[in-house]
Ligand binder design. Structure first.
Ligand SMILES: [Zn+2]
Length: 150
């Protein structure tokens, strides 16, 4: 996929120390447009709908935030814990500000865990960007499928 000016601006914002200390690209050397395209192709192969995936993650977030800082059981099969730091983070694509909330989901049957933030949920939903390989908040679609029972 060709890099647009928006992609190039976002890549600058994604570097370590700009929005977050770690940045968004991890050790991934691929162009941003290629990262997004590869995940879109993977989602199609796994039969994952982006809107449906985002809506589901939002349900975990909403459930967990009711017990901010504590663990809550969700639908019998998951534990959800939302932690909060002060302040807001801008999206690297410059279309919004997000709470520094991290959401840890544990799939009880497998013990597998999934960590995302309010910003990573937005990046998934609006930009189909799951972050670079090696990034703390990188979301792997194959893992999402297991942890979320998709
Ligand atoms: Zn955005």
């Amino acid at each position: 996929m060709k890099m647009s000016p928006q992609h190039n601006q976002a890549v600058q914002q994604m570097q370590p120390g700009v929005i977050t200390a770690e940045g968004f690209l991890g050790t991934d050397k691929r162009p941003l447009a290629d990262i997004i395209q590869a995940d879109e192709e993977q989602a199609a192969r796994l039969d994952i709908e982006w809107e449906q995936l985002a809506a589901l993650l939002r349900k975990f977030y909403k459930a967990g935030i009711q017990a901010l800082g504590g663990t809550i059981e969700f639908l019998g099969k998951w534990n959800v814990k939302v932690d909060e730091a002060r302040g807001l983070l801008p999206c690297p694509f410059k279309d919004g500000l997000f709470h520094k909330h991290t959401i840890l989901v544990t799939h009880k049957p497998s013990g597998q865990q999934l960590l995302f933030s309010e910003l990573s949920l937005h990046l998934l939903e609006k930009h189909h960007f799951l972050q670079g390989k090696g990034s703390t908040f990188r979301l792997e679609l194959s893992e999402l499928k297991t942890v979320l029972d998709l």
